[in-house]
Design a protein. Structure first.
Length: 282
């Protein structure tokens, strides 16, 4: 070995960041989206510029990148994380089932469910599945007590079912809020609804069926065809109105950790800020 090669610094460990997987550079940015379907190519070329046009194009939505391109800044929330374990000869095996809702708070919402061995990757897969099940929700003011003409509630009474859970949504006047269960509130809020009555029958403790029944009601509402004269008379809005009821999503910045110390040094297991002592056993 030559002296120059011996004195050269060692190569950084392989990983997504500049300094390796756990280096200060953090994870590498996601690769650019390359469309693989006809709808994706039309969105990438600029032929389709809105989510409403993509849903009404008649082409199947099979790429999560289409939703990311047309609806940036989507909000997501985990509704349920269920852990299932089974005993084998080599020990216990764990699996997780995650249910996630995504939406922009302005007429578009999706629900997805995925299963996997790790929670983090399973949540990401559930988010991608929820994007592929995006629907366009009809909104209006269908309550006889209100008549404000704004798109804050349901225009009609709608019903959805999943398993033993049957959920019925009815229009509510402004100021009532979402008089629904805690599981369904994120689904309606992400769809851009602020006032609604809900009547539910069945085993609502099953979170998955409860959420899927609510989403099925919104899906039934999205495929409903309303004549233009009735839509103008009842002030029914399909899709976005330009104003989201959700706050803008903030991009999270990964923290950069400094070098770790030993057991007694700064940043180590026994370290801490100067002038403070760890409480010992009394």
């Amino acid at each position: 070995m030559s002296p120059a090669a011996a004195s050269a610094p060692p190569a950084p460990p392989p990983g997504p960041g500049p300094a390796g997987r756990f280096g200060p550079g953090g994870p590498a940015p996601a690769p650019p989206w390359v469309p693989k379907t006809e709808l994706g190519r039309k969105v990438h070329s600029g032929e389709i510029t809105t989510m409403s046009a993509a849903l009404h194009s008649g082409l199947p939505l099979r790429e999560a990148g289409i939703v990311d391109a047309l609806l940036p800044g989507l909000h997501d929330e985990v509704l349920d994380v269920n852990m299932v374990q089974r005993m084998t000869d080599s020990g216990r095996r764990y699996k997780f089932a995650v249910t996630v809702v995504v939406g922009n708070g302005d007429g578009f919402v999706g629900l997805g469910r995925a299963k996997g061995k790790e929670v983090g990757p399973t949540i990401r897969r559930a988010i991608d599945k929820a994007k592929l099940h995006m629907v366009e929700v009809l909104r209006g003011c269908g309550s006889w007590e209100c008549g404000c003409g704004r798109s804050h509630s349901f225009p009609f009474t709608i019903q959805g079912r999943s398993g033993s859970v049957v959920t019925t949504f009815k229009p509510a006047p402004r100021g009532v809020g979402l008089a629904v269960g805690d599981v369904v509130k994120p689904v309606l809020r992400f769809a851009g609804l602020t006032d609604a009555w809900a009547f539910t029958a069945g085993h609502t403790k099953t979170t998955v069926n409860y959420a899927q029944a609510a989403f099925e009601a919104l899906r039934q509402l999205s495929i409903l065809k309303v004549p233009p004269e009735d839509a103008s008379r009842l002030k029914i809005v399909r899709g976005p109105v330009g104003t989201s009821i959700l706050p803008p999503k903030e991009e999270s910045v990964p923290e950069r950790r400094g070098p770790r110390g030993g057991r007694g040094g700064p940043g180590g297991r026994g370290g801490g800020p100067p002038g403070r002592r760890r409480p010992g056993p009394r």
